[in-house]
Design a binder for this molecule. Structure first.
Ligand code: MG
Length: 384
């Protein structure tokens, strides 16, 4: 830690600890150690071959889950340093927040969730927690990575009431409790949530325009983007193409970061909280200003309508859902040799864990090997 912690920040010296007690590391704080364990995990390395929006093979220069996670960590740490929050905890949460994602992004998760109806469902936030709590097999004394409570709390950013009740039963007063009590997580967890949104809005505009699926003119219909494009053009009247896109995004990112810092400082002051123990009862304090919140929501809506639901994206996502469905049915009927089933898990849960752990290309090749007919033509994107 190279800056003074704010009194509301999470402090590794006051961690609520790990599920299995371990001696402290000689040179690293507990949150640094969590970050390091995440970076060395198998699930982390797989993120490089998992879809964010564009399928992994559609172009080498689009975001993957890995580069997305690094961007969330960068934005999160930058804001954390300004606010005096714990950078190491923010980095750990950011790098782990998408570990539970299936191949093929949200399409993969929707398909797996549908397959798991009647078997407890599938939810990627819960799966990220399951990866770090159970599925990683690295340490002699325990399953998972045995991360600190604060890191696990941040990873579980959403959770249904039903799932929270199951978690609470297994771990009373643990990471499920806040979803039952309606309390807020640490400021670092709140920050990662917002940094996630800032990162994907910005990089999806970038990838979307570079792919040719949306145009700069279309994005300019969104007031938030238009404002920064005008600002870029006012400073550099002859700017165009890729540089205009990047400069507009850069200005937008900076403005959003400064907005979060100012709005959060104001919210902390207004809440009158003095100590980290009061954060849980103070509601969400890491936030955009009301104006930026409205503008960001509008940009998100634009991306839904014009990029995530673009016919070419939908086509590859239909194929992805079919791959997941057919793999699931085949593996439940006949479990593959590599599948490990833990005590107490249903066959369906073991298959869901197995499929969720796959990279896009592993899933495609497994599907082809069992005779799947999908050819997965890369979408006609120009990406570069
Ligand atoms: Mg994310």
């Amino acid at each position: 830690m190279n800056h003074a912690l704010h009194p509301l920040a999470s402090d590794p010296r006051h961690t609520r600890g790990r599920r299995f007690a371990e001696a402290p590391a000689p040179t690293r704080s507990d949150f640094q150690r969590d970050r390091d364990r995440i970076v060395h995990s198998t699930a982390f390395r797989r993120l490089v071959y998992k879809t964010q929006v564009f399928l992994n093979h559609e172009g080498d220069l689009f975001r993957t889950r890995l580069t997305h996670s690094l961007e969330v960590a960068q934005l999160g740490r930058s804001i954390a340093r300004s606010l005096g929050l714990c950078e190491d905890l923010v980095e750990a949460i950011a790098l782990a927040h998408d570990l539970g994602h299936t191949p093929f992004g949200h399409a993969g998760q929707d398909a797996l969730h549908a397959c798991m109806q009647g078997h407890g469902g599938f939810e990627h936030n819960l799966q990220s927690l399951r990866v770090v709590d159970v599925l990683e097999e690295r340490y002699p004394a325990f399953d998972g990575l045995n991360l600190c409570f604060e890191t696990r709390e941040g990873i579980l950013k959403h959770c249904s009431r039903a799932h929270a009740q199951v978690l609470e039963l297994a771990e009373p007063g643990g990471v499920g409790q806040r979803f039952l009590a309606g309390t807020a997580p640490s400021l670092e967890a709140q920050l990662c949530n917002l940094a996630d949104e800032i990162a994907y809005n910005a990089h999806d505009v970038d990838d979307g325009v570079r792919s040719g699926l949306i145009t700069l003119e279309q994005v300019a219909s969104v007031p938030l983007f238009d404002r920064f494009m005008r600002e870029a053009l006012a400073a550099h009247p002859r700017l165009q193409g890729r540089r205009l896109l990047f400069e507009s995004i850069r200005l937008m990112l900076s403005a959003q970061v400064y907005d979060v810092i100012d709005a959060t400082r104001a919210a902390v002051l207004a809440a009158g909280v003095q100590h980290r123990d009061e954060v849980a009862g103070a509601g969400v304090l890491v936030r955009f200003s009301a104006g930026m919140r409205a503008e960001s929501t509008e940009l998100k809506r634009f991306l839904f309508q014009n990029l995530y639901r673009h016919p070419q994206v939908e086509q590859s996502m239909d194929d992805a859902r079919q791959v997941v469905r057919e793999l699931f049915a085949a593996y439940v009927a006949e479990p593959p040799a590599a599948l490990s089933r833990r005590d107490g898990d249903t066959a369906e849960r073991a298959v869901a864990d197995y499929i969720a752990g796959m990279t896009d290309r592993y899933a495609i090749s497994a599907h082809q090997q069992m005779g799947g007919q999908l050819r997965f033509e890369p979408a006609a994107v120009t990406g570069g």
